[in-house]
Design a protein around this ligand. Structure first.
Ligand SMILES: NC(=O)c1ccc[n+]([C@@H]2O[C@H](COP(=O)([O-])OP(=O)(O)OC[C@H]3O[C@@H](n4cnc5c(N)ncnc54)[C@H](OP(=O)(O)O)[C@@H]3O)[C@@H](O)[C@H]2O)c1
Length: 256
């Protein structure tokens, strides 16, 4: 496993929730962190304080990555403030109900910009620096199936998934590119009581995951110097195709 102590990471959407947990896990491993936020400045500053408490450097940087043209400026600011980036974690996300049939063009563009194009521009900046590095893209177990209620989200996350494998080839040998596809980990803000129990019942392992499950997968990928173009599903088996017992019975004993 590759030592990562003393390296520097840029974590987009790193102020809260999974981004914060990823930033703290990397900091625990000795990595300096550039914490990007869009609106959560106070939370970003608090995460930076907690990162510094682990004995590494932290800076906070603001950018709206759903706006075209902002990603390059964010990357340049990160390099100027904390030094060259070794680890890029494309985590920032929006998760709004919008079917492909009905969502506005603006909503579609925002999803594609935030989940696919800004990660691409950040990845290109990293490649242009000409150093060795690793990129981790936060995907979603939904890339393995269709969740039409979140059509714009799923389509743009699928773009990011394809980008993960395409860039793994394009940016080799200097840069490894991998993805982590979480299942239910944290409920979306404002969701109803009991949602996570309902979601757990649909997961093959009958549980939901934790932020630590995601951070552990990311640390594995960051340290694994011979792994590129991989997606680890951290989803309790949710991505696996399921044939209903009713149909499989037709195959095995020809009775229904
Ligand atoms: N939570 C889960 O259970 C789950 C499940 C499957 C996949 N995932 C994936 O895992 C990642 C982290 O999940 P999460 O639930 O922690 O994410 P989240 O809370 O939905 O979003 C993370 C951060 O993204 C930032 N963001 C939103 N719009 C932005 C914009 N226009 N420009 C820049 N940043 C923006 C926000 O920063 P500010 O707060 O600073 O505005 C937010 O805190 C996401 O990529 C998500 O798709 C999560």
């Amino acid at each position: 496993m590759q030592p990562i102590e003393g390296q520097t990471a840029l974590v987009t959407g790193g102020a809260k929730r999974l981004g914060r947990s990823i930033a703290l896990a990397l900091a625990e491993a000795g990595v300096n962190i550039s914490i990007h936020y869009r609106g959560s400045q106070a939370a970003a500053e608090a995460t930076a304080d907690d990162v510094r408490a682990k004995g590494v450097k932290a800076v906070v940087l603001q950018a709206d990555l759903a706006t075209p043209g902002t990603a390059v400026g964010l990357y340049e600011s990160a390099v100027a403030e904390i030094g060259p980036i070794d680890i890029l974690v494309n985590n920032a996300s929006i998760f709004r109900q919008a079917t492909l049939a009905q969502c506005s063009e603006e909503e579609l563009h925002a999803n594609i910009q935030l989940h696919a194009n800004s990660p691409l521009q950040l990845s290109r900046c990293m490649s242009a620096a000409g150093r060795q590095g690793v990129i981790i893209n936060l995907l979603d177990t939904r890339i393995a199936r269709h969740d039409s209620a979140y059509g714009a989200y799923c389509l743009s996350k699928r773009m990011l998934a394809d980008q993960t494998t395409m860039l793994a080839l394009d940016l080799a040998p200097n840069i490894r590119v991998n993805g982590v596809a979480p299942g239910p980990i944290l409920p979306p803000a404002g969701s109803r009581d009991g949602l996570m129990d309902e979601l757990a019942a649909r997961v093959p392992l009958q549980i939901t995951g934790t932020p630590d499950d995601i951070s552990e997968a990311i640390l594995f990928l960051v340290r694994s110097s011979f792994v590129s173009g991989q997606v680890i599903y951290v989803d309790g088996g949710s991505h696996l195709p399921r044939i209903s017992r009713h149909i499989s019975c037709l195959f095995c004993c020809n009775t229904v």
